[in-house]
Design a protein around this ligand. Structure first.
Ligand code: HEM
Length: 134
């Protein structure tokens, strides 16, 4: 269980950075499809988006690892929150990809889905961390 707790702790930290990179792009970036010759994302916002995309892959991997370790054990509530966390990450990931590929008018809905997935994953892994601390 100690290993699982370390992974969950790492996940919570990664989600914190993911939130910051996402907010940085949201506030200062321009979605690639919306960019024009005069309105472009500053370099730091482009870097934040690249870091956000890469970190998303790391988060997806760690959420799968957490799921695997949780299902190796016997605790039902640990399994429950690891599934909830994994599903939330899938939702956020899907929302993120959609934000970039659908037309900019509808991208707000996808962006909202991403933040819902973020919140739900943050709560799920927060609960999991609390359970594992007991
Ligand atoms: C682990 C999965 C992910 C989480 C938890 C996550 C979380 C967030 C959060 C909290 C924000 C700020 C609020 C918002 O604008 O919605 C955000 C923004 C953003 N994320 Fe993600 N994200 C994830 C995956 C992705 C992926 C895979 C992409 C695309 C490669 C992506 C692209 C974006 C973009 C473009 C924004 C800015 C949206 C806007 O300005 O409207 N995200 N993300």
């Amino acid at each position: 269980m100690d290993k699982l707790r370390k992974f969950v702790q790492g996940m919570i930290i990664m989600l914190g950075f993911q939130f910051l990179f996402g907010m940085a792009f949201n506030l200062w970036g321009v979605l690639p499809k919306e960019e024009t010759a005069t309105e472009k994302s500053p370099a730091f916002a482009q870097m934040a988006l690249a870091a956000h995309g890469l970190l998303a892959l790391g988060i997806l991997t760690v959420s799968l690892l957490i799921l695997g370790i949780a299902f190796n054990g016997k605790k039902e509530d640990v399994k429950k929150f690891s599934i909830l966390g994994f599903i939330s990450i899938l939702v956020a990931f899907g929302g993120g990809v959609m934000t970039l590929i659908i037309n900019p008018e509808q991208a707000q809905i996808a962006s909202f889905i991403m933040s819902l997935g973020f919140l739900s994953s943050f709560i799920s892994y927060g609960r999991l961390f609390y359970i594992l601390k007991k």
